[in-house]
Structure formats: structure tokens, C-alpha cells
Ligand binder design. Structure first.
Ligand code: 13P
Length: 255
């Protein structure tokens, strides 16, 4: 079973529209060429319209970094699933920064996931343990709970479309990437068996599982060579043209 490698850039809260346009314009010529990799850009909401105009007609995907689960209504500051779907085909859900700073829970992740499938968005679901949980030997327990509860409302017949990102919280933005063996062991030994148990082995084989946390152009290939790891969810390095392109190229080598 071969899964198409997947690389998404999570820009987080960075770049004005003008800066966003400039970065994408610089990356476009090479990024459009590497068609063996599923490439997704996730800018802040304010830049989505501008970037949508640039990637329309290419195979480069566009994703939001969050959304609400309700269809519409009095939810000041929130963005509804069908509003995201107007411009995007992907949405990042359950990122650890949303869990840590904005009260995201497995329960809200589950509702958002159900809403994403309803409008036809491909969710990129983030799971991962904190440093404290890691040091207490609780990685397996935490990641298993995040998957079982977070994915509890996913329609079984569409579960093959899921993209999961394993992002150990202590490896995000710290320069302290998880070592390749540990990441591979959690993905291959915990995440994949839970997915197989929830959705069946055939579906699990179709689900892409990414690693995220301090991935750079210089270390990406080591992760992507692991059979259990299908690509990366990239933060800081996705804001730099050379780094991001090097990461996509590294993924292409495994295709
Ligand atoms: P960094 O690549 O900056 O560590 O961030 C990873 C991440 O959180 C992507 O969602």
C-alpha cells in the first residue's frame, strides 16, 4: 500500500496579505512542479482569499488553521465550516496551540471533525503529548485518548480521507525535534494500531500520518524515510521559501 506523501505548511499567526502573497509567489514555480507530493498551505484567515486566487488551477491545496463546528449564528470571532469550504479543501483541527491557549478539547475536536466532513473538508487532526506527559511515560495513553475521543464522530466510510499529525508538544517551535525512532514508534506502534482498531485495517492503510515539530529542510528526509511517516506538518520552516521547498523535495524522494 503506498500513500501519497503529504506536506502542509501551518503558518500560524504570521504574515500580512502582502507578505503572504510574496512568499507564495516565490515558492510557486518549484512548488507546482513537485506533483508527487500533496502540498497544502495553511495561512491565517485574512490571507486565505488572496492565496486562494494564486493557487486556484494548480494542485496546491489550501487549508484553514481552525474553524467552528456550528453552521452559523452568534459566535463572534468564529468562522463556519461552509465559509472555510468556500476557499479551502483542508482544515487543521486540534492543534496543540488551540488546545493549550484556546481551550480546545477532544470533545470540541470531535464536533469540528464531524462538521468538516459534512462540508467536504479534509481534516488534518493534530495529536501529541506534552513534555510532562512524555516524561511521565504517558505518551501512549494521551495519544490514544486524543484519537479515540477526537475521532469519535468521524463517518466510518470517509475515515480514509483523514490526515493525522503527530506533534509532540515539546517539539513544537523549540528546535528540539523528536528523534526519528521515537516519532516512528509512536506513529507505527500507537497511532496506526488505534486507527486500525477504530476504522479497520484497510482504512488505516489509506490514512496519512504526519510528523510535526521542528522539521526543517535539513532533517526532513530522516523522518520521511520512515515507512510509518507519510510527511510533515511544518510550522516555522514553512515561512521560509528555501526550507519549505527542501522539505517538499525530501518528501518527493520517498514517493
Ligand atoms: P514548528 O515546525 O515551528 O516546530 O511547528 C510545528 C507545528 O506546530 C506545525 O503545526
Amino acid at each position: 500500500m503506498s500513500r501519497k506523501p503529504f506536506v502542509a505548511g501551518n503558518w500560524k499567526m504570521n504574515k500580512t496579505v502582502e507578505e503572504a502573497r510574496q512568499l507564495v509567489a516565490e515558492m510557486m514555480p518549484e512548488l507546482t512542479e513537485i506533483s508527487t507530493v500533496e502540498r497544502v498551505l495553511c495561512p491565517p484567515f485574512t490571507s486565505i482569499l488572496a492565496i486562494s486566487a494564486m493557487v486556484t488551477g494548480t494542485e496546491i491545496g489550501l487549508g484553514a488553521q481552525n474553524m467552528h463546528w456550528e453552521e452559523k449564528g452568534a459566535f463572534t470571532g468564529e468562522v463556519a465550516p461552509n465559509m472555510v469550504r468556500e476557499f479551502c479543501n483542508y482544515v487543521i483541527l486540534g492543534h496543540s496551540e488551540r488546545r493549550l491557549y484556546f481551550g480546545e478539547t477532544d470533545e470540541s475536536v470531535a464536533k469540528k471533525l464531524a462538521a468538516a466532513f459534512k462540508v467536504g473538508l479534509v481534516p488534518i487532526v493534530c495529536v501529541g503529548e506534552t513534555l510532562e506527559e512524555n516524561e511521565a511515560g504517558r505518551t501512549e495513553e494521551v495519544v490514544t485518548r486524543q484519537l479515540r475521543e477526537g475521532l469519535s464522530l468521524v463517518p466510518k466510510e470517509e475515515a480514509d480521507k483523514l490526515v493525522i499529525a503527530y506533534e509532540p508538544v515539546w517539539a513544537i517551535g523549540t528546535g528540539r525535534a523528536a528523534n526519528v525512532e521515537d516519532a516512528s514508534r509512536v506513529i507505527g506502534g500507537v497511532i496506526r494500531p488505534v486507527l486500525a482498531d477504530m476504522f479497520g485495517a484497510a482504512t488505516e492503510e489509506s490514512i496519512r500520518v504526519l510528523y510535526g515539530g521542528s522539521v526543517k529542510g535539513s532533517n526532513a528526509a530522516e523522518y520521511f524515510r520512515e515507512p510509518a511517516i507519510d510527511g510533515g506538518l511544518i510550522g516555522g520552516a514553512s515561512l521560509k521559501k528555501d526550507d519549505f521547498l527542501a522539505i517538499v523535495r525530501a518528501a518527493a524522494e520517498t514517493a
